[in-house]
Write a protein that binds this ligand. Structure first.
Ligand code: ATP
Ligand code: ZN
Length: 287
């Protein structure tokens, strides 16, 4: 009997490719000959992978050609397709911003009135202009938007930015942010029961991987008379593990720290008398 497979669409090549494949790998899903780059499957999870241009992924998922997909929120919202966001994945972070030639005068969105805007995101930019009651001319370009003002094709651009160095190199400065984006896992709205169950299994793994990345395993030595103060600083899942050291009067304390307050807590632990602090990455975290 043919086994039900979950079909996932990911970017064929580009900024999301590596992280998408890496995520599946960290979920323990081995992929066969990824080099082929059209379609592949896994031998140890009922998953079939389609490699596509990111722009096509929302449509394929809406149509049910793929059950799920990994795509930037920017593309999902621009294509305006029916597909539900299941999970934010934390990579491919960027923003869709308006950038203008450095010499241009700018006093807020009204300065964009009547301007020619080059962008690959006509739908989102148009919506944003309407919300801001600005009328401007949108010129849709599929790539290298940042060169448009330099060659006289447009006055300003609306483009994806992460570090801002591309804009800078092209003599542009960022003045407005239209959208914050990261990659997301999306699903078809009418998934069958078996597909939903497979998606649940995949999501369980994705969440364990994401959680592990946000946390570190910390080990330290502590004199017993300072244990109480040290333990009170540690959040941990339950209480920390405390083991006696060979040296009389000392213990080893193990705990899990999340990255948001990581350095603060390490400093406090040192100040409270902890020594020989070791920080170790966690591979998976399952609750
Ligand atoms: P494709 O050939 O698949 O159409 P592409 O050229 O449209 O590829 P990439 O440049 O690979 O797309 O970007 C894919 C996604 O990566 C973007 O849609 C966005 O979500 C994300 N991204 C993150 N940072 C940036 C950035 N600085 N510039 C462009 N995209 C970025
Ligand atoms: Zn694209």
């Amino acid at each position: 009997m043919d086994q039900t497979k979950l079909r996932i669409a990911i970017q064929k090549s580009g900024r999301l490719y590596e992280d998408s494949v890496q995520l599946l790998k960290e979920c323990g899903i081995d992929l066969r000959n990824v080099k082929d780059r059209l379609k592949t499957e896994s031998d140890n999870f009922p998953l079939e992978v389609f490699f596509l241009r990111d722009d096509d992924i929302p449509q394929y998922v809406e149509d049910g050609v793929a059950d799920i997909g990994i795509v930037g929120e920017n593309v999902l919202l621009e294509k305006n397709k029916q597909a539900a966001v299941v999970e934010k994945l934390g990579f491919g972070k960027c923003r869709l911003s308006v950038a203008i030639p450095r010499a241009m005068e700018y006093e807020g969105v009204a300065s964009l009135q009547g301007k020619r805007i080059a962008t690959s995101y006509p739908f989102l930019v148009n919506k944003w202009l309407n919300e801001n009651l600005v009328q401007a001319e949108i010129h849709e370009i599929s790539g290298s938007v940042e060169i448009a003002p330099g060659i006289g094709l447009a006055d300003v651009v609306a483009d994806l930015v992460s570090s801002g160095s591309t804009l800078f190199m092209n003599g542009l400065k960022e003045v407005e942010s239209i959208l914050q984006s990261q990659s997301v896992l999306i699903k078809n709205n009418g998934l069958g029961k078996e597909q939903e169950q497979l998606l649940e299994r995949l999501l369980f793994r994705i969440r364990a991987v994401k959680k592990a990345k946000r946390n570190k395993y910390v080990l330290m030595n502590a004199p017993n008379d300072k244990l109480k103060a040290i333990i009170s600083l540690l959040p941990g899942m339950r209480s920390p593990t405390v083991l006696p050291l060979a040296e009389e009067g000392w213990s080893s304390v193990h705990s899990v720290l999340s990255e948001d307050r990581f350095w603060d807590i390490i400093e406090e632990l040192k100040a409270a008398g902890a020594e020989g602090i070791l920080v170790v990455p966690i591979e998976k975290m399952v609750n």
